[in-house]
Structure formats: structure tokens, C-alpha cells
Ligand binder design. Structure first.
Ligand code: GDP
Ligand code: MG
Length: 163
């Protein structure tokens, strides 16, 4: 079986865009509204010669986007626990918000390795968010633009030891 990578993070950070980028098909629904992904999507991903299974976690829809509902948390926790590595995605343009910190708190207690991904990092608009993300405790983030396909070589380098 292929190794598994779970993509986690609050709504609207670009999880589904990253999923689509890795899978190479428009399998996950991307929308400007936060949290539109209906459920977990899985696909076979290819990244510079690495093959793995990728899971786009979701489950925020119809919930208050400012809290982390238990149902979503359980579902995402299960995906993280089952994965070989989890990509914790933040929006470097929006910066770190309390929900990112809440997700970081419970990801820190997971036994699965976590790779921090600062998405929307194209151009210079994300510099402040990248700096803020250091405080989450997962080290230097991979700076990525899922939408523009930038930073994928760095993502490959960070995934390689875990797959
Ligand atoms: P999700 O809720 O975490 O799955 O986020 P989505 O993938 O649905 O993306 C939310 C919004 O962010 C959409 O409008 C995307 O087009 C946008 N987005 C995703 N990746 C990037 C990126 O790398 N740069 C910019 N500027 N916007 C992005
Ligand atoms: Mg989504």
C-alpha cells in the first residue's frame, strides 16, 4: 500500500487546492466560501517521483467556522493518526488566527510527524504570516503556493524522510 499524507488546517487555507495540485485532477471542491469540502477526499498523489495517498480532511461545513467542532476534530484526528505524515496548512496572507493555534495544540500531541505548510506564499504578501507561524512550534514552514504551484520542491524535501 502507498504511504499516506493527511492535509489538515482550518477552513479556507487552501487544503483542497493543495490536494488538487498533488493529485493533478479537480477532485476536491475548491470554493471561496470557507469549509465547502463536504467530506474527506482521497486520491493518489505524485510529487517529483514520490507516490503517496493523500487525504483532504474537512468536515467544518454547517458548523461555526470559529470553533473546532468535536465531530470534525474526531474525523481529522483519525485521518492524522492513520497517516504517515500530516501537512498542517496555514494561510500566510491571513496570518495565524486562534483556530490555527487550537489545531496546533492538538497536533502537537499527535504521534504522526507534522510538516507545517505556509500556503498562499506567492509574492511578498505572506512574509508576516510565515514569521508568525514559527510560534506554532513546528519549525520553519514550507512556503508554498498551492494555487501557483510554487514551493513543491521544498515540500518534496520535507515529505521525503517520512514516506
Ligand atoms: P480549504 O477550505 O482549506 O480547502 O481551501 P480551498 O482550497 O478551498 O481554498 C480557499 C481559497 O483560497 C480559494 O479561493 C483558493 O483559490 C484560495 N487559494 C488556495 N491556494 C492559494 C494560494 O496558493 N494562493 C492564493 N493567493 N490563494 C489560494
Ligand atoms: Mg476544502
Amino acid at each position: 500500500p502507498l504511504p499516506t499524507v493527511a492535509i489538515v488546517g482550518r477552513p479556507n487555507v487552501g487544503k483542497s487546492t493543495l490536494f488538487n495540485r498533488l493529485v493533478g485532477k479537480k477532485l476536491a471542491l475548491v470554493d471561496d466560501r470557507p469549509g465547502v469540502t463536504r467530506d474527506r477526499r482521497e486520491g493518489d498523489a505524485h510529487l517529483l517521483g514520490l507516490d503517496f495517498r493523500v487525504i483532504d480532511t474537512a468536515g467544518y461545513e454547517d458548523e461555526d467556522p470559529d470553533t473546532l467542532p468535536g465531530r470534525m476534530r474526531r474525523q481529522t484526528q483519525a485521518a492524522v493518526d492513520a497517516a504517515d505524515v500530516a501537512l498542517f496548512v496555514i494561510d500566510s496572507r491571513a496570518g495565524i488566527v486562534p483556530l490555527d493555534e487550537e489545531i496546533a495544540r492538538w497536533l502537537r500531541s499527535a504521534s504522526t510527524p507534522i510538516v507545517l505548510v505556509a500556503n498562499k506564499a506567492e509574492g511578498r504578501a505572506g512574509e508576516q504570516g510565515v514569521l508568525e507561524s514559527l510560534a506554532l512550534g513546528f519549525g520553519d514552514p514550507v512556503q508554498l503556493s498551492a494555487e501557483h504551484g510554487e514551493g513543491l520542491a521544498d515540500l518534496f524535501e520535507q515529505l521525503l524522510p517520512h514516506l
